[in-house]
Design a protein around this ligand. Structure first.
Ligand SMILES: Cc1cc2nc3c(=O)[nH]c(=O)nc-3n(C[C@H](O)[C@H](O)[C@H](O)COP(=O)(O)OP(=O)(O)OC[C@H]3O[C@@H](n4cnc5c(N)ncnc54)[C@H](O)[C@@H]3O)c2cc1C
Length: 390
């Protein structure tokens, strides 16, 4: 069922992975979308992460998080294939998961999954000793989120307004108004999607009937230049550099352009609760060095010189988390707050989840079939946090 043209307009607050994915999916369905962001360019928030992984989550009982993440990874890889340049913006490399402490186990029947026990050749290619417990995810790879954000925002039908710091939202005569700190109206629409990560809380908290427990979770990635790394590794008998990302205790990725341009290597990330700021910290580089030494012991030892103050660089950001590690998506409270939607709380999996959440939002708003079965949608539905259930 299509909506009359005057109703197919939406405002989105936040131009990160979440907001840009919502805008893209709505625009693909003929909506005119205005996206407001307080920053002056893409990647101001967590989506400024230099590079991250789109990789599935597996569990013996293939539980809800595994099934949703798998659908999300498929949606993200499909979007990356359509919009991004392979090799510079993303790559479908496959990902080796070093199964530290045997935490990750496949379901008994994993024939439908793109995940399997890693082969001896894959374990050797990662520089890990023979027999190391590891999984191989073939439908997985690295993505530079900022590139995906920028590409999604360039879709016809999406209009982005930078430097728009939304201070408050309120409903007046069937329209949602967003205002700045001086009370000036920045924009109005019948449909408003709040996708401003942890800052969504400040906008939503004053509204009646909604208590979404969003939390900030600071994280830091350490990175350096491939040219420096190759100089060091060439000077000694060294372990092979894995030709694909390795995760399991943080993740190691190499051969991906740095924000500064040249190719780099990356190890991350730290996890710090109750911190609403994201400065780069020296002690977090040390924590990431330990992380690398645990994940890839031989490589970690060979790379010790890379963590010196003249070589290592860092990026830090705030993940926005929810207690069950699943985002809050959809209408917030259709009876009391009609037209108000959210897509936030992507946690440590925004690359894997935001595209799917954008599709879910847009199909739901357009009254189309949803991209997930109802049994999974209910675990994402923002209404799970409405204080009056519908
Ligand atoms: C260190 C680290 C490593 C990570 N690694 C991975 C990984 O490997 N794989 C993975 O899947 N995920 C990873 N993530 C998580 C992923 O980066 C996030 O889940 C994702 O980027 C969140 O996107 P978002 O759009 O919800 O939020 P953000 O990217 O934070 O975007 C929010 C936007 O809203 C804007 N905004 C905020 N308040 C306002 C306001 N009042 N008015 C206007 N605009 C506003 C901000 O400027 C920002 O642009 C990692 C995160 C971190 C920090």
């Amino acid at each position: 069922m299509s909506r009359p043209a005057d109703l197919r307009r939406a405002l989105v607050v936040g131009a990160g992975l979440s907001g840009s994915a919502v805008a893209f999916s709505l625009a693909q369905r003929g909506w005119a979308v205005t996206v407001l962001d307080r920053a002056s360019s893409p990647g101001a928030g967590a989506s400024g992460l230099p590079v991250g992984l789109a990789a599935p989550h597996v569990s013996p009982d293939d539980h809800v998080l595994s099934r949703i993440t798998r659908a999300g990874v498929e949606a993200t890889l499909h979007r990356a294939q359509a919009l991004l340049n392979t090799g510079t913006d993303w790559d479908l490399t496959g990902v080796l998961e070093h199964n530290m402490a045997g935490k990750r186990r496949l379901p008994a029947d994993a024939s439908d999954l793109h995940s399997s026990p890693a082969s001896a050749a894959q374990i050797a290619a990662a520089g890990l000793p023979a027999g190391t417990p590891a999984l191989w995810h073939s439908h997985a790879g690295w993505i530079r989120p900022r590139q995906l954000v920028a590409a999604q925002l360039q879709t016809p039908g999406v209009h982005v307004r930078w430097d728009q710091d939304v201070h408050a939202i309120e409903r007046q005569a069937e329209l949602w108004s967003v205002t700045d700190a001086q009370g000036r109206t920045l924009a109005q629409s019948r449909f408003l999607v709040v996708a401003s990560a942890f800052d969504s809380l400040a906008l939503l908290r004053p509204l009646p009937g909604f208590a979404v427990p969003l939390n900030p979770l600071r994280g830091q990635v350490s990175y350096g230049l491939m040219s420096d790394l190759k100089t060091d590794l060439g000077a000694q008998p060294s372990p092979a550099l894995p030709p694909f990302p390795v995760n399991g205790h943080g993740s190691f990725i190499s051969g991906v352009p740095t924000p500064e341009g040249p190719l780099g290597w990356y190890i991350g990330s730290t996890f710090e609760r109750n911190c609403e700021q994201a400065p780069v910290r020296t002690e977090d580089h040390a924590a990431n060095q330990v992380r690398l030494a645990t994940l890839l012991p031989d490589l970690g030892q060979a790379m010790s010189g890379q963590f010196g103050p003249n070589r290592v660089m860092g990026w830090a950001g705030l993940r926005c988390t929810l207690p069950n590690r699943l985002p809050a998506v959809g209408p917030i409270d259709p009876l009391r707050l009609p037209g108000l939607w959210i897509s936030a709380g992507m946690g440590a999996r925004g690359i894997s989840l935001a595209v799917l959440c954008g599709e879910l939002t847009a199909t739901w708003m357009s009254h189309e079939p949803l991209p997930l079965p109802p049994a999974l949608v209910k675990h994402l539905a923002a209404q799970r946090y409405a204080t009056s259930k519908i």
